[in-house]
Structures are given as structure tokens and as C-alpha cells.
Write a protein that binds this ligand. Structure first.
Ligand code: AMP
Ligand code: MG
Length: 583
């Protein structure tokens, strides 16, 4: 035991010195605070008729698109729109949106995937609608619905630490808002739908591989309970799209695809940054008032500190979001300010990755040479991005408020640490609080790093093994625990853990249930996505569908998933996989 304590002390020192703030955290599923904005869509539809702003009464799911109304009215009436039209690249000033018509994907088109939950529960559409050619046209940019004025959003951003100037929706079109029968307003967007004024040197398209990844991951993150944009459909075409996937001069012809994606709002830190940078302060205030009014109902319009309260909320929610990413080993890959939502939801899925062997230096994006967005740096990068948010808010804050905002930002690290601690305690099934809990977690992670144990499966197998099984070190079939148990100090850690569990409850099965509800058995590992993509490129979408289904229930053991090896040791070929920024 003395050795173990020495080891723990060492681990704590190591953790304090070496790790910035990448460490730990988790919450009970009953903890309401765990879920923000997006989770409201999980509430079962009520039977009552909802009369929407667009005068649609939806009692049952709609059987065709004739009555499906989206509206761009609110956005174009609230904000000035670019006076120039046309999809040619330009610097855009004094507006939030440019009108931009999608360029339809060239046929023949194939509907590769649908999210039934999104179609039915968010869009109020009967799945029968998705069989119509109208629907295919709609989701591939070939048909606009009445009320839709497609818009490309003007934003800027800090990319890899530096101000990049105007970025904007270079290949996405906002089709308008839809208010569903629950009263939730969602903004629909096509991604990969052609050039806009913000396309810079891009072609406005997205290829199959990145679109499959975005479709699958947004829905998988939602099912993990992590705030995220959603995906309704994925359509692929024969349209040739040229990509140099690894930026090594090897240009290949791929195929264009479009994802219909949804969020309560697509505004980002970069949406405010561009306005502050170009001195458009009235517009900055207008955008802030709109975002607050629409998405932060507890902030009163006449509160003289409303922008400060808004800032404090975003600081808090961003810390929570990144802690949740860390709790499932998710690395976003490109944490630029233009990819950080003002609603603190996960957006813009690109070269993301779920960490396999535990490694704080895990970098999912092979184009990120310096490892700026390595998993262990995400919390610090969040801090950087929130600093940039504060800079862009400064023109609307008094001197005193700016000082207070800086003070609020200082609290970010504590919020993050507190959340991480909660989340990882739940991952280990720890109830209450004991002085050594931090040691227990930190030391486990250190052992996982030393033994390169699989992050997802170590926690899952600790959840699945009974205390007796752990005690007798019976790890048959528990491959991740087998790896972990090779650590010199594993026995000491295990006995301390079992003693800790022993002190808290009689029924071990309760602990197992609790842990299994927060430790997923299935996450979207790169090799799983890659396998589905390879088939999709041959027009076989069966594995996309399988993964979509499996990842909708990540905490439940499923036969088909087991047969596919999704909870098994990753195949050897997975080690050589690379994901770049090219999409
Ligand atoms: P991302 O790295 O996907 O967040 O994109 C960064 C910026 O590049 C955004 O302004 C995108 O709209 C733009 N962009 C990325 N790919 C393309 C493309 N193929 N065509 C036009 N714009 C693009
Ligand atoms: Mg982006």
C-alpha cells in the first residue's frame, strides 16, 4: 500500500506539472445540468396541435413536402443582407448573410442515409416522404421549399491561432428555420451544396468520406448525450470532385455529397469576431441581441449587464462541452474560433477522432503538424477561443464590464476541472466525494497511458466486470483490462478502487448499471468510419446504416455490433489510418 501511495503522490505531482487542464470529468444521467440546449428534442412529441409562426398546424407527421414550410423571414428581416447577389467570391461587408442559391448536386443521386429520429421528431415528416423525388431534390439543393431564401453566413475566425479574416459559409446554405410541433426552432442547412460568396478558392462541394463522417458523428454524439448539431440525410452523387486528400500532390477524383444538417443556431464565435474586427459595432450589437433573445431566455433584454451574462454563460457551457468531449475521448480536430458555436454545441465535423489508446497527445488531424488541437489541449484551446470571444465583445462592454469579463474567464479552468472530476467519477461509478477520488482517477489515466490501454473499453469493461471478477482478476474476454493489468501498480490501484466501491453500496449490480449508462461500448472509431466509407464509395451504404443504428444506442450491447467487431480490439490496419483537413 505504501508503494501505491508513493505512486499516487507521484502521479498527482506529474498530473499537476505535466497536464494542463486536459484531465477528467462526468455526470449522472439524472443530472439535468448535464444536458443543455439540444436535448429538448428528446422529449416525446405531445399530442396537441402546435400552431407555428408559419401557420402550419401539425397534428400528425406530414406525408408529403407540400405542407412543410421553412422560413428565412426572421433572419432576413432582422439583419441587413448583402446588397450584392450572385455566387462569386468577394469580401462581404455590413451584413450577416448573403443570399446564395445552392448549386444542385448533379445526378444520378443516391439517398445514402437518413436519420429517422431527426426526420420524424424534429422535422415532423413521415418517413414515406423520403421516398419521393421531391425530397431528393430538396436535400440535394435542387428544389427550394416555399418560404426558403437560401443564405450563406458571413463569419471570420482565428485558425490555428491566427486571425484568418473573412471565412463564412463557403459550401453551406442555410435554407431557413423550421418551427416544429414541439415549438422548437431549427435552422436547416445543406453542406456541400455549391459555391457562395465565401468559397474563396474552394469548389463549394463536400466529398462522400467527409459527409459520411459528419452524418454519422453528429448523430452518434447526440446519442452519447453531447450537445451537437444534427444530421437528417446524406445524399451522394456521381458528380466528380477533385481532392488532394493528404496534400501530397496526389489529386484524385472523388464524388460530391450533401448532408442536410440542423442546429438551433449556426452562429459561431467567428460570427461576432468579423463584426468587431471590421468595426461594425451596431451590427455586432444587433447579432448579440438576436442570439440572446432567441437562445438565452433567462437573460433579459433590458439587463444592462446582458452581454456580460451572455459571456459568462458561454464560458460555462463551453467548459462543460469540452469536458464532455474529454469524457468520451472525442477530439474535434479543428478547434478554430469559426468552429466554436455560440450555443456551445459541437459543430463542423471534420478530421475529428475518438481516441483509442489513451494518450493526451492524440492528434486526429494529420494536417495538424504541431498538434495544436491534440486531445489534451482542447480545454486550453477553449480558453483561447473564449479570450477571442471576449475581444470581440469588448466594444459593447464598459471598462468595468470588461474587467468583470476577464474575471469570469479566469473561472473557466475551475468550471472545467470541476466538471471533468464529476464526469470521470461517474465513469468510475464513484458516489459521494472522498479525498482520494482525484488520485484514483488520475492514477488510472496514468496507467492507461503507460500501458496504451483503450480509453473507451477500459472504462466499459470496468463497468461490465463484477466486483468479484475484478477482485479475482478474471479478465477473460476483457481485453482492455488485460492490457491495463500489465501495469506494475495495477494491483494496488485495483484494491484501492475496490475498497472505495465497497464503502459506498451493497449492490454491485447498481454500480455496474450506473457505469454502463455513462461508459459507451461503441464510439465511431476511425476504422469503423473508414470501413463504412469504403463501402459507401462503391454505393453500398449498409455499413453506414449499421453504424448509424449501433451508435444510436452506444450504451447497449448489440449482437450485430459485436459480430462486426465494434467493441473488439481495433484491427491492425486501423493503426495506419489517417484523416486530414481535406473534405
Ligand atoms: P472548415 O475547415 O470545414 O471549418 O472550413 C473552413 C472554411 O473553409 C469555411 O469558411 C468553409 O466554408 C470553407 N471551405 C472548406 N471547404 C470548402 C470548399 N470545398 N469550398 C468552399 N469553401 C470551403
Ligand atoms: Mg468550419
Amino acid at each position: 500500500m505504501r508503494t501505491f501511495h508513493r505512486a499516487l503522490v507521484f502521479a498527482l505531482i506529474a498530473v499537476n506539472i505535466l497536464s494542463p487542464i486536459y484531465m477528467l470529468d462526468f455526470c449522472q444521467s439524472s443530472d439535468l445540468d448535464c444536458h443543455n440546449h439540444d436535448m429538448s428534442s428528446d422529449i416525446q412529441p405531445s399530442a396537441h396541435t402546435y400552431k407555428s409562426r408559419w401557420n402550419i398546424s401539425v397534428t400528425n407527421l406530414m406525408k408529403d413536402l407540400d405542407h412543410f414550410r421553412v422560413s428565412s423571414k426572421k433572419l432576413i428581416e432582422t439583419f441587413p443582407v448583402d446588397e450584392i447577389s450572385g455566387n462569386f467570391v468577394r469580401t462581404v461587408k455590413n451584413c450577416i448573410f448573403s443570399k446564395s442559391i445552392p448549386t444542385p448536386l448533379k445526378g444520378p443521386l443516391k439517398l445514402a442515409a437518413l436519420s429517422k429520429v431527426v426526420i420524424e421528431e424534429i422535422l415532423d415528416l413521415d418517413m414515406a416522404v423520403t421516398h419521393s423525388s421531391d425530397f431528393l431534390q430538396f436535400i440535394s439543393g435542387g428544389r427550394l421549399l416555399p418560404g426558403s431564401v437560401p443564405l450563406a453566413h458571413r463569419y471570420g475566425g482565428h485558425q490555428f491561432g491566427f486571425w484568418a479574416g473573412q471565412l463564412g459559409d463557403g459550401r453551406a446554405h442555410s435554407l431557413g428555420q423550421y418551427k416544429n410541433r414541439k415549438g422548437d426552432v431549427w435552422e436547416l442547412q445543406l453542406k456541400g451544396s455549391g459555391k457562395t460568396p465565401f468559397s474563396r478558392s474552394g469548389d463549394g462541394r463536400a466529398v462522400i468520406r467527409s459527409s459520411v463522417r459528419e452524418f454519422l458523428c453528429s448523430e452518434a454524439m447526440h446519442s452519447l448525450g453531447i450537445p451537437t448539431s444534427r444530421a437528417a440525410s446524406l445524399i451522394v452523387s456521381e458528380e466528380p470532385v477533385l481532392r488532394d486528400q493528404f496534400y501530397n500532390g496526389n489529386v484524385k477524383t472523388e464524388r460530391g455529397a450533401v448532408v442536410l444538417r440542423l442546429a438551433k443556431s449556426w452562429f459561431r464565435i467567428g460570427s461576432l469576431e468579423i463584426l468587431a474586427e471590421s468595426g461594425e459595432i451596431d451590427l455586432l450589437r444587433k447579432l448579440l441581441d438576436f442570439v440572446i433573445n432567441e437562445h438565452f431566455p433567462s437573460i433579459k433584454a433590458n439587463d444592462p449587464d446582458k452581454y456580460l451574462v451572455f459571456y459568462a454563460t458561454v464560458v460555462n457551457e463551453t467548459a462543460h462541452l469540452i469536458a464532455q468531449w474529454m469524457s468520451v475521448g472525442f477530439a474535434h480536430g479543428v478547434c478554430n474560433t469559426d468552429n466554436f458555436s455560440l450555443l456551445s454545441i459541437t459543430i463542423d465535423y471534420g478530421p475529428f477522432g475518438f481516441m483509442e489508446s489513451y494518450n493526451p497527445n492524440f492528434v486526429p488531424n494529420t494536417s495538424d503538424d504541431e498538434g495544436r488541437y491534440r486531445i489534451g489541449a482542447q480545454a486550453n484551446v477553449g480558453l483561447f477561443n473564449l479570450e477571442k470571444l471576449l475581444v470581440s465583445l469588448s466594444p459593447v462592454l464598459s471598462q468595468k464590464q470588461q474587467k468583470e469579463a476577464k474575471h469570469i474567464l479566469k473561472g473557466y479552468v475551475d468550471i472545467y476541472q470541476m466538471r471533468i472530476h464529476q464526469l470521470f467519477k461517474a465513469k468510475l461509478g464513484l458516489l459521494g466525494e472522498e479525498t482520494n477520488d482525484g488520485f484514483l482517477i488520475a492514477f488510472l489515466l496514468q496507467m492507461m497511458e503507460d500501458t496504451q490501454s483503450d480509453f473507451t473499453m477500459t472504462f466499459r469493461q470496468l463497468s461490465e466486470a463484477s466486483a468479484d471478477q475484478l477482485h479475482s482478476r478474471d479478465f477473460t474476454q476483457l481485453w482492455a483490462l488485460e492490457d491495463l493489468s500489465l501495469h506494475l501498480h495495477f494491483s494496488e490501484w485495483l484494491s484501492t478502487y475496490l475498497l472505495r466501491l465497497n464503502r459506498q453500496e451493497n449492490e454491485d449490480v447498481d454500480r455496474q448499471h450506473r457505469m454502463q449508462s455513462v461508459n459507451p461500448r461503441y464510439v465511431l472509431r476511425n476504422w469503423m468510419a473508414e470501413s463504412a466509407i469504403q463501402k459507401a464509395e462503391m454505393n453500398d451504404f449498409s455499413e453506414v446504416e449499421l453504424l448509424h443504428h449501433v451508435l444510436s444506442f452506444p450504451f447497449v450491447t448489440q449482437e450485430t455490433a459485436e459480430e462486426a467487431g465494434y467493441a473488439a480490439r481495433p484491427p491492425q490496419w486501423a493503426k495506419g489510418l489517417k484523416v486530414s483537413c481535406s473534405s
